[in-house]
Design a protein around this ligand. Structure first.
Ligand code: PEP
Ligand code: MG
Length: 325
């Protein structure tokens, strides 16, 4: 089965009636990128950089980070790699960086909140990404954004990193796109405002689902309540995606939902054509896209928006999935 799917690696991801998708990989290392490319990924839509910071005793230096970002930029070739700045806190800790004890770590000191408060650390990462941007097509993505000020502050620090590089006489992509992850309900709610400051959106459904439904994504007791197809999640998706399309910026989905082939009708209906997923899901999702009729899927997606519960939506999507094997 796996070998059968492997022949699809070089096939374009297009529905039977000609609607193209771009499928990219979620990666945490150069090795992951190689694997994703082997499965036909068109670049990486999410590079989780926290793994560069883990299992060591000090922050990675600019040089160490540059080396890795340069490698992914070069390996991706004509495709782009979206580098997400450090997303620690929540469930991820660093041995050498003390974070406060918190009652609710997922609602606490996490991701961009830490970066904006540890300016030198953040600037080091941005500088390394900028330097690597001269070697391929890189994009910067900000995690856990919940306000416009955070985006502005991050861009300000990026501007400082750029002018430092100018002084050092180092070249970089001066037009490197800066995107925002939509993974907090507040970001979905102000998506129209964020779209004015961002070059692209990427929707992180793993966190978005947990925050919209107030269901801890790690808590097994309430795992049955973690419903990606809950109407409240669907509405958040629509709000964010419509805002991006209206503003003319690109939008992709990089949470686990992107790798769930049942969700394809939703993307068809909402106008998302760009999905990033774990490398293992790429060929399976492509296979489903190749077998789907977009015009039929779109109708199913529209119908999902008229249903009242996550269970009904999932049943509707499952029925459609079974018709396109
Ligand atoms: C997400 O939240 O959907 C996401 C892609 O980021 P992570 O899973 O790393 O939190
Ligand atoms: Mg997340």
């Amino acid at each position: 089965r796996k070998e059968q799917l492997q022949v699809l690696a070089t096939v374009e991801a297009v529905t039977r009636d000609g609607v193209p998708f771009r499928l990219a990989g979620n990666i945490s290392s150069v090795k992951d990128l190689e694997q994703a490319l082997k499965y036909g990924a068109e670049g990486a839509g999410l590079f989780r950089t926290e793994f560069l910071y883990m299992d060591r005793t000090t922050f990675p230096t600019e040089e160490e980070q540059f080396e890795i970002y340069r490698q992914v930029a070069e390996k991706a070739g004509k495709h782009s790699v979206v580098i997400r700045t450090l997303d620690i806190g929540g469930d991820k800790q660093l041995e050498y960086f003390e974070l406060p004890e918190e009652d609710n770590p997922f609602l606490g000191y996490r991701a961009i909140r830490i970066s904006l408060n540890s300016k030198e650390m953040f600037k080091t990462q941005l500088t390394a990404i900028l330097r690597a941007s001269a070697f391929g097509s890189l994009k910067i993505m900000l995690p856990m954004i919940s306000s416009l000020e955070e985006v502005r502050q991050a861009k300000q620090i990026l501007a400082e990193a750029k002018s430092d590089l100018d002084e050092r006489g180092v070249v970089y992509d001066n037009h490197i796109p800066v995107g925002v992850m939509i993974e907090v309900p507040a970001a979905a709610a102000i998506a129209d405002l964020l779209a004015k400051e961002a070059n692209f959106f990427s929707i992180g459904t793993n966190d978005l689902v947990q925050y919209v439904l107030a269901v801890d994504r790690m808590n097994e007791t309430i795992a049955h309540m973690y419903q990606p197809f809950h109407p409240a999640v669907l509405r958040m998706l629509r709000q964010a995606i419509s805002a991006a399309l209206e503003a003319g910026i690109s939008v992709s989905v990089c949470g686990e939902l992107a790798g769930d082939e049942k969700a394809i009708p939703l993307w068809l209906h909402l106008g998302v054509r760009d999905l990033s997923m774990s490398p293992q899901s790429l060929l399976r999702v492509k296979h489903r896209i190749l077998n789907a009729v977009a015009s039929a899927g779109e109708k199913v997606g529209a119908r999902c928006y008229r249903l009242a519960t996550g269970t009904e939506v999932e049943a509707e999507l499952t029925r459609f999935a079974e018709t396109c094997i």
